[in-house]
Design a protein around this ligand. Structure first.
Ligand SMILES: Nc1nc2c(ncn2[C@@H]2O[C@H](COP(=O)(O)OP(=O)(O)OP(=O)(O)O)[C@@H](O)[C@H]2O)c(=O)[nH]1
Ligand SMILES: [Mg+2]
Length: 125
Protein backbone atom coordinates (compact mmCIF):
# COMPACT_ATOMS: atom_id res chain seq x y z
CA UNK A 1 0.00 0.00 0.00
CA UNK A 2 2.83 2.37 0.94
CA UNK A 3 4.61 1.61 -2.33
CA UNK A 4 1.47 2.39 -4.35
CA UNK A 5 0.97 5.64 -2.44
CA UNK A 6 4.60 6.52 -3.06
CA UNK A 7 4.31 5.82 -6.82
CA UNK A 8 1.12 7.89 -7.09
CA UNK A 9 2.73 10.79 -5.25
CA UNK A 10 5.85 10.76 -7.39
CA UNK A 11 3.73 10.61 -10.59
CA UNK A 12 1.71 13.59 -9.42
CA UNK A 13 4.69 15.56 -8.26
CA UNK A 14 7.51 14.28 -10.49
CA UNK A 15 10.81 15.68 -9.28
CA UNK A 16 9.22 18.81 -7.91
CA UNK A 17 9.85 19.56 -4.25
CA UNK A 18 6.52 20.23 -2.52
CA UNK A 19 6.60 23.36 -0.41
CA UNK A 20 4.98 22.99 3.01
CA UNK A 21 4.45 25.70 5.64
CA UNK A 22 4.15 24.82 9.33
CA UNK A 23 2.16 27.49 11.18
CA UNK A 24 0.83 27.79 14.72
CA UNK A 25 1.24 29.85 17.88
CA UNK A 26 4.57 30.12 19.65
CA UNK A 27 5.35 27.03 21.70
CA UNK A 28 2.84 24.88 19.80
CA UNK A 29 5.55 22.42 18.76
CA UNK A 30 6.28 23.41 15.13
CA UNK A 31 10.07 23.21 15.31
CA UNK A 32 9.87 20.00 17.31
CA UNK A 33 7.67 18.54 14.56
CA UNK A 34 10.00 19.72 11.78
CA UNK A 35 13.06 18.01 13.25
CA UNK A 36 11.06 14.96 14.25
CA UNK A 37 10.11 14.59 10.58
CA UNK A 38 13.64 15.23 9.31
CA UNK A 39 15.79 13.42 11.89
CA UNK A 40 13.24 11.01 13.34
CA UNK A 41 13.95 12.19 16.86
CA UNK A 42 12.90 14.90 19.30
CA UNK A 43 15.53 17.62 19.65
CA UNK A 44 15.60 20.50 22.10
CA UNK A 45 14.50 23.79 20.57
CA UNK A 46 14.62 27.51 21.19
CA UNK A 47 11.89 29.97 20.09
CA UNK A 48 12.13 30.55 16.35
CA UNK A 49 12.83 34.14 15.33
CA UNK A 50 12.20 34.12 11.58
CA UNK A 51 12.07 30.59 10.18
CA UNK A 52 13.74 27.20 9.85
CA UNK A 53 13.69 25.47 6.49
CA UNK A 54 14.66 21.84 5.87
CA UNK A 55 14.32 19.25 3.13
CA UNK A 56 12.40 16.16 4.17
CA UNK A 57 12.04 13.05 2.00
CA UNK A 58 9.09 10.73 2.55
CA UNK A 59 8.55 7.74 0.28
CA UNK A 60 10.60 9.22 -2.59
CA UNK A 61 8.78 12.53 -2.43
CA UNK A 62 10.82 15.55 -1.43
CA UNK A 63 9.27 18.25 0.73
CA UNK A 64 10.74 21.64 1.45
CA UNK A 65 9.36 22.33 4.91
CA UNK A 66 9.23 25.89 6.26
CA UNK A 67 8.71 26.26 10.01
CA UNK A 68 7.78 29.88 10.79
CA UNK A 69 8.14 31.59 14.17
CA UNK A 70 4.78 31.87 15.92
CA UNK A 71 5.25 34.79 18.30
CA UNK A 72 2.60 37.53 18.12
CA UNK A 73 4.93 40.09 16.58
CA UNK A 74 6.09 37.63 13.88
CA UNK A 75 2.68 36.29 12.78
CA UNK A 76 1.92 39.20 10.39
CA UNK A 77 4.97 38.11 8.37
CA UNK A 78 3.59 34.62 7.71
CA UNK A 79 1.92 36.01 4.58
CA UNK A 80 5.35 36.74 3.08
CA UNK A 81 5.91 32.98 2.77
CA UNK A 82 2.60 31.98 1.11
CA UNK A 83 3.74 32.18 -2.52
CA UNK A 84 4.11 28.78 -4.22
CA UNK A 85 3.05 26.90 -1.08
CA UNK A 86 1.47 23.50 -1.75
CA UNK A 87 0.17 22.77 1.74
CA UNK A 88 -0.08 24.17 5.26
CA UNK A 89 0.28 22.19 8.47
CA UNK A 90 -1.30 24.09 11.36
CA UNK A 91 -0.13 22.97 14.79
CA UNK A 92 -2.30 23.42 17.90
CA UNK A 93 -1.19 22.73 21.46
CA UNK A 94 -4.44 21.26 22.77
CA UNK A 95 -3.29 21.78 26.37
CA UNK A 96 -2.88 25.53 25.88
CA UNK A 97 -6.56 26.12 26.71
CA UNK A 98 -6.12 29.87 27.34
CA UNK A 99 -4.99 30.45 23.77
CA UNK A 100 -7.25 28.05 21.89
CA UNK A 101 -9.41 30.93 20.60
CA UNK A 102 -6.33 32.92 19.56
CA UNK A 103 -5.08 29.86 17.73
CA UNK A 104 -8.46 29.48 16.01
CA UNK A 105 -8.41 33.13 14.89
CA UNK A 106 -4.92 32.77 13.44
CA UNK A 107 -5.92 29.54 11.72
CA UNK A 108 -8.92 31.20 10.11
CA UNK A 109 -7.00 34.32 9.17
CA UNK A 110 -3.82 32.75 7.84
CA UNK A 111 -3.94 29.05 7.25
CA UNK A 112 -7.49 28.10 6.39
CA UNK A 113 -7.81 30.65 3.60
CA UNK A 114 -4.65 29.20 2.05
CA UNK A 115 -6.17 25.73 1.81
CA UNK A 116 -4.71 24.07 4.85
CA UNK A 117 -3.73 20.47 4.18
CA UNK A 118 -4.43 19.22 7.62
CA UNK A 119 -4.77 20.33 11.17
CA UNK A 120 -2.43 18.76 13.64
CA UNK A 121 -3.31 18.90 17.30
CA UNK A 122 -0.21 18.68 19.41
CA UNK A 123 -1.53 17.16 22.60
CA UNK A 124 1.01 17.55 25.34
CA UNK A 125 0.79 18.97 28.87
N1 LIG B 1 6.13 16.92 26.01
C1 LIG B 1 6.12 17.46 24.79
N2 LIG B 1 6.77 18.61 24.63
C2 LIG B 1 6.76 19.16 23.40
C3 LIG B 1 6.12 18.54 22.28
N3 LIG B 1 6.26 19.35 21.20
C4 LIG B 1 6.96 20.43 21.63
N4 LIG B 1 7.28 20.31 22.95
C5 LIG B 1 8.02 21.29 23.78
O1 LIG B 1 7.36 22.55 23.68
C6 LIG B 1 8.33 23.60 23.64
C7 LIG B 1 8.13 24.46 22.41
O2 LIG B 1 8.31 23.67 21.25
P1 LIG B 1 8.77 24.30 19.85
O3 LIG B 1 8.79 23.19 18.87
O4 LIG B 1 10.03 25.08 19.99
O5 LIG B 1 7.57 25.32 19.56
P2 LIG B 1 7.36 26.24 18.28
O6 LIG B 1 5.96 26.06 17.82
O7 LIG B 1 8.44 26.00 17.27
O8 LIG B 1 7.51 27.72 18.92
P3 LIG B 1 8.02 29.08 18.21
O9 LIG B 1 9.32 28.79 17.53
O10 LIG B 1 8.21 30.05 19.36
O11 LIG B 1 6.94 29.53 17.27
C8 LIG B 1 9.71 22.94 23.65
O12 LIG B 1 10.21 22.99 24.97
C9 LIG B 1 9.42 21.51 23.23
O13 LIG B 1 10.35 20.61 23.79
C10 LIG B 1 5.46 17.28 22.50
O14 LIG B 1 4.87 16.68 21.60
N5 LIG B 1 5.48 16.79 23.78
MG1 LIG C 1 9.96 27.19 16.52
Amino acid sequence: MGAIFSRVLSRLWGDKEARILILGLDGAGKTTMLYRMQLGEVVSTIPTIGFNVESVTYKNVKFQVWDLGGQTSIRPYWRCYYANTDAVIYVVDSCDRDRISTSKQELLQHAWGRGAAGCCSSGFC
